[in-house]
Design a binder for this molecule. Structure first.
Ligand SMILES: *[C@@H]1O[C@H](CO)[C@@H](O)[C@H](O)[C@H]1NC(C)=O
Ligand SMILES: *[C@@H]1O[C@H](CO)[C@@H](O)[C@H](O)[C@H]1NC(C)=O
Length: 348
């Protein structure tokens, strides 16, 4: 389980961001709990499925709203929705991967659950970082992290890809980027966005630690072939593809979320651990200059927030940025007091 924030609130924090709360989308009291036992959960990473609906990837998920009880623990879990997030009622889920109609939404790939990852590593849990689909082949891929230890800063075994041809069950591939013993490898949490022939992969260290953000790309048909990835690198004079990746940004990053929005704007959202705010940036392309951070949601608005995953149907129009924000709070005794995902709406 993810550690509670140990960071101090500094007086420099801004109190309100550009996004406003729209609704809580998960809970024991909501459809997600009643229909699919997705009661206590986090993340809700939205991506376009091969048939045009939206899949939402959740992390450690429980049948009650309290993770402390550990009831029906599974991850990743996927819910789906075809409703535009800008509708008055916001996001409404219509189905869960792996179950016909109602019933417990199962985890969509192998998870060691404090046991074996199936390939020799001890794994605490498997947490999704992003999803991508290819209409040409009907395939879907999920980028995930194999968690070795949740003690802050959490440590991954590796980041990997899992593949699905039916949209319900995913097979973890040998495509893996191993972490290093120092837990500083910058390819451990991946967000994926296709543009034309390429998939662009932005990645950072595990555990929400300070460090670089890296950019790589791969022809979409070769997404599972590690040798086909090329870095976006700086040689001291110029940036170019085909080099060792260089830091495109330095920061104290949570899990990144990047989407190319209709109209062509590239948007990036992540939790900035220095300011404890979810922030956005924009660029004209993945390898173009990224704008300064714009604060979307602050710690004062959503205590112990994380995530900030961009709904792919967002646009750069006013009040049309839709992001999924998680919250996990605990009382003095360490018992959870909230663990859920909300939809926020803002402007890039
Ligand atoms: C897309 O596929 C999923 C799962 O196969 C299904 O639940 C959903 O209704 C489909 N969406 C559309 C728009 O056909
Ligand atoms: C970087 O690459 C460019 C383009 O290939 C080249 O002109 C330049 O000399 C290189 N710079 C260094 C420091 O190697």
């Amino acid at each position: 389980m993810k550690a509670v924030f140990s960071l101090l609130l500094s007086s420099t924090l801004v109190s309100a961001g550009a996004s406003v709360y729209k609704k809580r989308v998960t809970g024991e009291d909501l459809d997600t709990g009643h229909r699919w036992h997705v009661a206590g959960t986090d993340l809700g990473i939205p991506y376009v499925l091969e048939n045009g609906s939206i899949g939402f990837l959740f992390g450690d998920t429980f049948g009650t709203q309290w993770p402390d009880d550990g009831i029906e623990w599974r991850s990743p879990v996927m819910l789906r929705s075809a409703v535009h997030p800008g509708e008055e009622d916001g996001i409404i889920f219509d189905s869960a991967a792996g179950v016909a109609g109602d019933g417990l939404a199962p985890e969509i790939m192998h998870n060691g659950h404090t046991g074996s990852d199936g390939a020799g590593a001890t794994e605490y849990s498997v947490i999704p970082n992003d999803g991508i689909s290819f209409p040409e082949t009907g395939e879907q891929f999920v980028s995930y992290m194999s968690i070795q230890d949740w003690t802050a800063p959490w440590k991954t075994n590796y980041a990997g890809l899992a593949r699905s041809t039916d949209g319900n069950t995913f097979t973890r591939l040998d495509t893996k980027w191993q972490n290093n013993p120092e837990n500083t490898d910058p390819f451990q949490m991946w967000t994926l966005q296709r543009d034309g022939d390429y998939v662009y992969a932005f990645s950072v260290r595990s555990g929400r630690q300070p460090g670089p953000m890296m950019l790589q790309r791969v022809p979409w048909q070769k997404i599972a072939d590690q040798s086909a990835y090329e870095g976006w690198g700086w040689n001291g004079t110029t940036w170019a593809w085909g080099r060792e990746p260089s830091a495109i940004l330095e920061g104290n990053f949570g899990e990144p979320s990047v989407r190319k929005l209709s109209g062509g704007t590239w948007a990036m959202v992540y939790l900035n651990l220095d300011t404890l705010s979810i922030v956005s940036r924009t660029a004209k392309g993945p390898d173009e200059v990224w704008s300064d951070e714009k604060v979307q949601v602050t710690f004062e608005e959503e205590p112990n927030l994380y995530g900030g995953f961009i709904h792919p149907w967002s646009t750069s129009e006013e009040n049309d940025l839709h992001i999924m924000v998680s919250k996990w709070t605990r009382d003095d005794a360490g018992r959870s007091t909230a663990y859920h995902v909300s939809q926020y709406v803002g402007t890039l």
